[in-house]
Design a protein around this ligand. Structure first.
Ligand code: C2E
Ligand code: CA
Ligand code: CA
Ligand code: CA
Length: 262
C-alpha cells in the first residue's frame, strides 16, 4: 500500500470514534453587510482535533465521512452545535445573527432530513429564521423534483437556503430560477480572479440574482480591492480573511461583544 492509502485507512478508523470522543470543534467566520460593515451572520466550519495528528481541516476528512456514511451523524452534530451556539449568543444579548451551516448532499438526500432540522430547532429553541443551510448545486441536480419539494418545505418553515460555491458546478440559472433559494454564494475562485474576468462572472451573477430576488454573498475576500469591487457592484454580503479568519467560539464571542460595545 502507498503511504497515502495507509494514511487514509488510519483516518477512516479514527473517524469512527471521533464524534463520541468529542474531537470535533466548530469555528465561526463572520459574514458582513457590505454597505454597513456590520457582522450579520457567521458560517460554521468544522475542524477535527486529532489526538495524534493535530488539527485536521475539513477538506481532508469530510470526503471520508461521506464515503463511510459518518457524515450523517457528524452533520447532525454540526447542525445542533451551531444552532445551540447561536442561541447562546442571543441569550447573552449580542446582536442577532444568522448561522450558516454546510449541509452535505448525503444529508440532504435523507428522507427524514427536514424532521432532523425541526428537532434541532426545537431542542435548541433557535428561531428558524436565524438558520441558513448552505448546499452545493450538485446536491440539487441528482433529483430535482424531490429537492424542489424539500426547498419549499424549508421556505415555509422560515429556514434560508444558500447555494455554496456558486458558479463552479452545473450552475444554470434556468433551474435556479424555479427554486425558493434565498442566497447565492459566489465561489472564492471568482472573487480572487483578475478584474477583467470578474467583470463578466461576478457582475452577471449579481445582476441575475437581483432579478430573481436573491441575496448575493461573496466568499474568500482577502484584499481591500476585492472588497471595494464587491461593494461598488452591489454585492450584499462579504466573507473572507480580509475581515476575519474562521475563529473558535470564544474568540467569536469576544469579537461580537466588542462590536456591540462600539
Ligand atoms: P466552503 O463551505 O466553501 O467554506 C469556505 C472555505 O474557505 C473554508 O475552508 C474557509 O475557512 C475558507 N476561507 C474563508 N475565507 C477565506 C479567504 O479569504 N481566503 C481563502 N483562501 N479561504 C477562505 P475550510 O474551513 O477549510 O472548509 C473547507 C470546506 O469543507 C468547506 O468549504 C466545506 O465544503 C467543507 N466543510 C466545512 N465545514 C463543514 C461542515 O460542517 N459540514 C460539511 N458537510 N462540510 C463542511
Ligand atoms: Ca460553505
Ligand atoms: Ca464555498
Ligand atoms: Ca468549497
Amino acid at each position: 500500500m502507498t503511504e497515502q492509502a495507509i494514511e487514509k485507512l488510519e483516518l477512516e478508523n479514527d473517524l469512527h470514534h471521533a464524534l463520541a470522543d468529542q474531537q470535533f470543534v466548530l469555528n465561526y467566520q463572520p459574514i458582513l453587510n457590505v454597505q454597513t460593515g456590520d457582522i450579520i451572520g457567521v458560517e460554521a466550519l468544522i475542524r477535527w482535533q486529532h489526538p495524534v495528528k493535530g488539527l485536521i481541516s475539513p477538506d481532508n476528512f469530510i470526503p471520508l465521512t461521506e464515503e463511510t456514511g459518518l457524515i450523517i451523524s457528524i452533520g447532525e452534530w454540526v447542525l445542533e452545535e451551531a444552532c445551540a451556539q447561536n442561541k447562546a449568543w442571543q441569550e447573552m444579548g449580542l446582536p442577532p445573527l444568522f448561522v450558516a451551516v454546510n449541509v452535505s448532499a448525503h444529508q440532504f438526500k435523507q428522507r427524514d432530513f427536514m424532521n432532523k432540522v425541526e428537532d434541532v430547532l426545537n431542542r435548541t429553541q433557535l428561531p428558524s429564521h436565524f438558520l441558513e443551510l448552505e448546499i452545493t448545486e450538485s446536491s440539487l441536480m441528482s433529483d430535482l423534483a424531490y429537492f424542489k419539494e424539500l426547498l419549499f418545505a424549508f421556505k415555509r418553515r422560515g429556514i434560508s437556503i444558500s447555494i455554496d460555491d456558486f458558479g463552479t458546478g452545473y450552475s444554470s440559472l434556468s433551474y435556479i430560477k424555479d427554486l425558493p433559494i434565498d442566497k447565492l454564494k459566489i465561489d472564492k475562485s471568482f472573487v480572487q480572479d483578475e478584474i477583467d474576468k470578474k467583470e463578466t462572472i461576478i457582475t452577471s451573477i449579481i445582476v441575475m440574482a437581483k432579478k430573481l430576488n436573491m441575496r448575493v454573498v461573496a466568499e474568500g475576500v482577502e484584499t481591500k480591492e476585492q472588497y471595494l469591487y464587491l461593494k461598488n457592484n452591489q454585492c450584499d454580503q462579504v466573507q473572507g480573511y480580509y475581515f476575519s479568519r474562521p475563529v473558535d467560539s470564544a474568540t467569536m464571542t469576544q469579537m461580537l461583544t466588542k462590536t456591540k460595545e462600539q
